[in-house]
Design a protein around this ligand. Structure first.
Ligand SMILES: [Zn+2]
Length: 411
């Protein structure tokens, strides 16, 4: 094969191969490249200006995509330029995005592989260390984030994810219109959300936020009112139903606390059944739940109350929604279900934010979906000690899913 043919196969714009070496035993291919002739103005890596004065030359070795079965290494002749602004600096080369020994398209292949597989599997596939794969993936995501236009934040979701006993809470701010996480913060204090408003958004951006879906969590409400007073707070279905589930669970625990023997056997392992919606259960599961209800009418009543609360969000008019909520609270009377009564009080105290759902349309279930995606990432890939990496990963996941949906619609 001639150098000219190798240049075509390699396909680095502006570069030509001047030497090649094939090692059949090791299945490796080495290609030496340099600038094409007549292309002598180079780019300063410091400031990006075009410079013609060259200080000296050196060689760098990077791994590129394989050529069939051959692992390919490219050895590039590089120059240091004499930049009037920066002094002596390395030239900037499109194919070499970082100081790491990989070409841009090799890093892109690794980054793309990381979108659908855990770092450990990608590491095995490419014959790299898992830590190297994570570093490549992080650079790949940073380049993607730097190159794209960030969508405006008009409707935001705020949620918290429980990470465990040690790290406790992660506060997640997301864009409800695009379904992508925007920011992560440690803990879930007022100061946490303050930091987002103060450091991530300009005054103009803060004033552009129309609605915020949040949990009935006082510190978040205070922070939003301070930084974005025009923003309507919507206590969304996802969070309220989480509280309803907790209330049902409390009733179950209180009712079966002292019961032994047969009753305990029936209740065992039924916790998640009580937390599921009736429509999502199959016949067998429904029968199990009915057996539990036969033992205790109060648990059944709590479950039915939770089920009927769900219908609150089917109302589109404030008056109708309010009437439904009132009749729901009326049903609590004489039931002596303390946790449900507590929930009822909580709903009354946050009435305005609940009714805001009728005043401003926010996508239901978006906060839940974003939350679910982040949890799936955390489960799949340990080693997200770097919150920025996790955020970029979740943003990319959301963006590619949306692109996919948009593509399907177009087709
Ligand atoms: Zn410069």
């Amino acid at each position: 094969m001639t150098d000219n043919e190798w240049s075509k196969i390699l396909g680095w714009p502006g570069y030509r191969v001047y030497r090649s070496e094939i090692n059949e035993a090791d299945k490796t291919l080495r290609l030496w490249v340099r600038h094409k002739r007549g292309n002598r103005k180079l780019t300063c890596s410091g400031c990006g200006r075009r410079v013609s004065k060259i200080a000296d030359s050196y060689e760098r070795e990077v791994r590129d995509l394989p050529c069939f079965e051959y692992r390919t290494t490219v050895l590039i002749e590089l120059s240091r330029v004499r930049c009037p602004d920066c002094g002596i600096k390395a030239e900037r080369v499109e194919q070499l995005p970082s100081k790491a020994p990989f070409s841009k398209r090799f890093e892109e292949a690794v980054g793309q592989a990381c979108e659908s597989a855990a770092a450990r599997r990608v590491a095995h596939q490419f014959g790299l260390a898992a830590s190297t794969v994570r570093a490549i993936d992080l650079r790949y995501l940073k380049r993607w984030a730097a190159a794209r236009r960030k969508p405006a934040l008009r409707q935001m979701g705020v949620d918290e994810i429980h990470l465990g006993k040690k790290q406790k809470f992660l506060t997640v701010v997301c864009n409800l219109e695009t379904g992508e996480p925007v920011w992560f913060g440690r803990e879930r204090k007022k100061e946490t959300l303050d930091e987002f408003f103060e450091q991530q958004l300009s005054g103009f951006q803060r004033s552009a936020i129309r609605a915020a879906c949040v949990d009935m969590w006082e510190p978040f409400r205070q922070s939003i009112q301070q930084w974005a007073p025009q923003c309507k707070i919507v206590y969304d279905k996802f969070h309220i139903m989480q509280h309803a589930n907790q209330a049902v669970d409390e009733v179950r625990r209180a009712e079966f606390f002292r019961k032994g023997g047969a009753a305990r056997e029936v209740v065992k392992g039924k916790r998640w059944l009580l937390l599921s919606r009736w429509v999502h259960l199959n016949t067998h599961k429904k029968r199990q739940l009915n057996a539990l209800f036969a033992l205790n009418r109060r648990v059944m009543k709590a479950y039915l109350l939770k089920e009927s609360l769900d219908r609150l969000w089917s109302y589109r008019y404030e008056g109708a929604m309010l009437r439904y909520l009132q009749s729901w609270i009326d049903q609590l009377r004489w039931q002596r279900l303390k946790p449900m009564e507590k929930l009822g009080w909580m709903l009354l105290n946050h009435l305005d934010g609940i009714l805001n759902y009728c005043r401003i349309k926010v996508p239901l279930g978006m906060v839940e979906a974003v939350n679910g995606n982040i949890k799936a990432l955390l489960r799949r890939g340990r080693g997200y000690s770097d919150m920025n990496y996790l955020l970029l990963k979740a943003q990319r996941l959301a963006a590619t899913k949306i692109e996919f949906v948009a593509f399907q619609k177009a087709a």
